[in-house]
Design a protein around this ligand. Structure first.
Ligand code: ADP
Ligand code: MG
Length: 228
């Protein structure tokens, strides 16, 4: 097994605004091991989403290197689609479920897109994830019949469907009340530990930080290990 599921090495991100240069990320490095659940906190506008987007091959950095498993992201983006599809699962602030698919089909759609395994195996895996996330009875329900917490748990199940080595979650509890938010993060933790995946969660919510293994803080473009 690889030592690190994800490495950000000396990542900087600048935006140009006329003559000015805005440094959002300033030489940030982060390594996450398989089975490790990491949180990133920091004020609004501090670069958390930017960092997650760079880690997930959605946005290019100005400087530095991203390595997913053993695969460095090409500077010309040649392997980005493949890495995203095969190695990364995203969980966004709002669940982004497809309204006209029931819960089971939200997951089976991913099984079909990834073509990694045959359909039966993929369906079995979907059932296992739904059971782990407390959604076994919701398989035939449509999103409009689910609570906010249930929808977000479906989004988690969907993110794990292609068995990604790295899970990236951007404020996954932002639309939930405290107990549901906590439950959602407990679920992410459960799958990360059970399947030895790596996860990075950006959050504002200090009350759930006891559920992660390491807390980092972004401030003025720098990343610090947080001492609570
Ligand atoms: P966070 O997720 O921590 O709230 P973001 O990563 O979304 O912060 O944004 C960090 C900073 O980068 C903000 O100051 C934002 O204005 C700036 N920024 C983000 N995207 C762009 C862009 N496309 N062009 C210029 N500036 C941007
Ligand atoms: Mg953000």
């Amino acid at each position: 097994m690889v030592k690190y599921a994800l490495q950000l090495n000396n990542i900087s991100k600048m935006y140009h605004d006329g003559e000015d240069e805005n440094t959002v990320l300033d030489n940030v490095s982060l390594k996450v091991r398989p089975g490790e659940f990491v949180a990133i906190v920091g004020p609004s506008g501090s670069g958390k989403s930017t960092m997650l987007s760079i880690a997930g091959a959605l946005l290019s950095s100005t400087k530095g290197e991203v390595i997913v498993g053993e695969t460095p992201l090409d500077s010309n983006k040649k392997n980005w689609n493949l890495v995203r599809r095969e190695k990364i699962g995203f969980i966004f602030q709002s669940h982004q479920l497809i309204p006209y698919l029931n819960v089971g089909d939200q997951l089976n759609l991913i099984g079909r897109i990834s073509k990694k395994k045959d359909r039966e195996e993929s369906k079995k895996y979907a059932d296992e994830l739904l059971a782990d996330l407390g959604l076994a009875d919701s398989k035939t329900k449509y999103p409009n019949k689910l609570s906010g917490g249930e929808k977000q748990r479906v989004a988690i199940a969907r993110a794990f469907m292609n068995k990604p080595d790295v899970i990236l979650a951007d404020e996954p509890t932002a639309s939930l009340d405290a107990p549901r938010g906590r439950q959602v993060v407990e679920m992410i933790r459960k799958v990360v530990k059970k399947q030895n995946r790596a996860a990075i969660m950006v959050t504002h919510d200090e009350r759930i930080l006891d559920l992660v293994d390491v807390i980092y803080r972004i401030e003025n473009g720098k990343l610090y290990v947080n001492v609570m």
